[in-house]
Design a protein around this ligand. Structure first.
Ligand SMILES: NC(=O)c1ccc[n+]([C@@H]2O[C@H](COP(=O)([O-])OP(=O)(O)OC[C@H]3O[C@@H](n4cnc5c(N)ncnc54)[C@H](OP(=O)(O)O)[C@@H]3O)[C@@H](O)[C@H]2O)c1
Length: 426
């Protein structure tokens, strides 16, 4: 877990560089007393903070830790001293520029965080300085401090740790909304989920177990099966012919298919649906192949998805849906709906029916290793950036990540082949 007042290590110093960020906007806020204490390698004053910076789209060498001007809360915002941040698959895709309408770089990545309220902007109701909170942000999570509009902030249940809270919103709201808002999961139904050992996959499995007699089929890399087999009814290797396996067990197919591997799996998923079943597309992990964006994978996936024929859906009584939580929150303004879902999820957590599965904790300075772990399919559950954690010392023959951190380099897809990954902390 997090360490208090960790000293800066040498490699941390090397990785931190000055960022000529913008002047902070004028503050109308109520200041908190003392804040959260600034984490390992903190910037050392209250005008600057450490943050992970994505300097451009591409490989791991586009990531570094940098000093940024401390943000101050505007009207309706909370200033949060960040304790932990979620690292999601989408962050990998953002780094590569593998998303629709990517924003301009440089940017601070990250879409969710947990921490302590340090100051309140004007007209913020329902929160006090010192509250433990978790939040969605539209970027800017991976920093020591974030200012977040109140509609995206939620109180953390008493028994939930900061790392669990950073693992909670994105995975559980996504899983809940797909299962209950879009697909109307009910007793006795069956669900197929890919990447079952990942953050969303494990949230899906746990939420399915809150409804009686739900059968969950999952695919995942084989080495995860021992760890996660208790959370699913049937588990298949990700390379197996899961269509045949599901049909062997359930000849009629399944009620709900959750697909984060759009492309050929879309056709397979639709084919596996029972009548009145729902297929939901919610991701495109399979577009990530090498360290940088592959235009070939992108084109292949979308070409296959566009082959879906709506007349066939009509004839076969099937529902095809899409779900994007970030768009729902930040483009479509459905914050009230998401707040209701967060309330329900918090109750389920308090009743001990669900619990985020944290894979590993990483310092901000270890963000490249953390990203490499998700890229290598190594995670079981969620990766967390722990803002107060000191980086694990580099291994003797690993001259890679921190030494290149401050330099612009060409992207090389095979770059990591000879690198030894840092040990991680659980
Ligand atoms: N639409 C939304 O609102 C929403 C919200 C959150 C997440 N998502 C999507 O849901 C999916 C899961 O997200 P997550 O954050 O929970 O991540 P995650 O499942 O923890 O992601 C890592 C796992 O994905 C699997 N995987 C599949 N294709 C991969 C590839 N090309 N490269 C590396 N790993 C691959 C691997 O598991 P196996 O090897 O075991 O298969 C890997 O361990 C992603 O597609 C993400 O974009 C969508």
């Amino acid at each position: 877990m997090a360490k208090e007042g960790v000293e800066k290590t040498e490699e941390t110093e090397q990785m931190i560089e000055k960022d000529g960020g913008k002047e902070p906007a004028e503050s109308n806020c109520v200041k908190g007393g003392g804040g959260g204490g600034g984490g390992g390698g903190g910037a050392g004053d209250d005008k600057e903070m450490r943050a992970v910076l994505l300097t451009g789209f591409g490989g791991l060498n586009k990531l570094r830790v940098s000093k940024k001007v401390m943000p101050e809360p505007q009207e309706g915002e909370l200033k949060i001293r960040v304790k932990a941040c979620g690292l999601n698959f989408i962050d990998l895709m953002v780094r590569q520029g593998n998303i629709d309408s990517p924003p301009k770089t440089p940017l601070v990545p990250g879409f969710e965080l947990s921490g302590i309220v340090e100051a309140l902007g004007e007209n913020v109701k329902g929160f006090e300085i010192g509250d433990r909170v978790m939040a969605f942000v539209n970027y800017n999570a991976w920093a020591e401090v974030a200012c977040v509009p109140v509609d995206f902030v939620y109180k953390i249940p008493n028994e939930m740790s900061f790392s669990e809270a950073a693992a909670f919103p994105m995975n559980f709201v996504t899983a809940y909304m797909m299962l209950f808002e879009v697909a109307n999961l009910r007793e006795g139904m069956s669900v197929l989920v890919h990447s079952a050992g990942g953050g969303v996959g494990q949230a899906v499995a746990q939420l399915c177990s809150t409804i009686p007699n739900v059968t969950v089929f999952g695919t995942a890399s084989s080495f995860k099966h021992e760890a996660i087999k208790g959370s699913l009814t049937h588990l298949f290797d990700r390379n197996a012919d899961y269509v045949q396996e599901v049909k062997r067990i359930s000849p009629d197919g399944v009620d709900i298919v959750l697909d984060c591997l759009c492309g050929e799996n879309t056709g397979k998923g639709l084919g596996l649906l029972k009548s009145l079943g729902t297929y939901i597309l919610y991701g495109s992990s399979n577009m990530v192949t090498g360290e940088t964006k592959s235009f070939f994978s992108f084109a292949k996936s979308w070409w296959q998805v566009e082959k879906v024929n709506p007349i066939k859906l009509y004839e076969e009584n099937k529902v095809m849906a899409g779900f994007s939580l970030l768009n729902l929150l930040f483009k479509q303004g459905r914050t009230g709906l998401v707040k209701d879902v967060m309330d329900k999820l918090t109750r389920l957590y308090n009743e001990k029916k669900i619990k985020p599965l944290v894979d590993s904790l990483w310092a901000l300075e270890e963000v490249k290793e953390a990203m490499q772990r998700i890229h290598d399919r190594g995670n079981i559950g969620k990766l967390i950036l722990d803002v107060e954690k000191a980086p694990t010392p580099l291994m003797a023959n690993d001259s890679t990540e921190t030494s290149e951190a401050g330099e612009e380099e060409e992207d090389h897809e095979g770059d990591n082949e000879n690198k030894e990954r840092m040990p991680f902390i659980q």
